[in-house]
Design a binder for this molecule. Sequence first.
Ligand code: MN3
Length: 204
Amino acid sequence: MAFELPKLNYAYNALEPHIDARTMEIHHSKHHQAYVANLNNAVTGTDLEKLSLEQLMAGISKYPAAVRNNGGGHYNHSLFWEIMTPGADARPSGEVAAAIEKELGGFDKFKADFIQAGATRFGSGWAWLCVKADGTLSVCSTPNQDNPLMDISDCKGQPILGMDVWEHAYYLNYQNRRPDYMNAFFNVINWKKVNELYLKYKKQ
Ligand code: MN3
């Protein structure tokens, strides 16, 4: 079963003015599409084609770099599109909001720490909010297309929110101003979806 580019639940221009339509279109239809195509090329005809994306992530240290880079790229972007929405709430609600309050020092501290994780990731990578194995939340970042599901990651957990800090995610609209993009990202976070993912993975 070949991997496929997921459809977005909203139009390319739906996240404007925070994320512009051209960036969204290129990011989804070119960058993400390329990760999907390259992942399929890397696994087709090998034993790996029987594995799910999550299974690939869990054993990534054993697989070729093309699987790590493109499998990570496919996983990360699939989550990224889901945790953004037009008409986003400014702040989290529900149980994830309570957990952010209790475990991460409150929303303002979480936001500062999350943006700091993205700002201090040199070059390309991602900032994450994860549910760790013990069920508590953590904020961390990974380089390139790595993610917290990968066995090689020094930041491990189940990601429930991810922010792409590759230049391709913001350069057309924000040029080199990564902090402006990261602050704008907080205007499009689908907190209902993040809470849904929190409830799903906290139970495991
Ligand atoms: Mn990207």
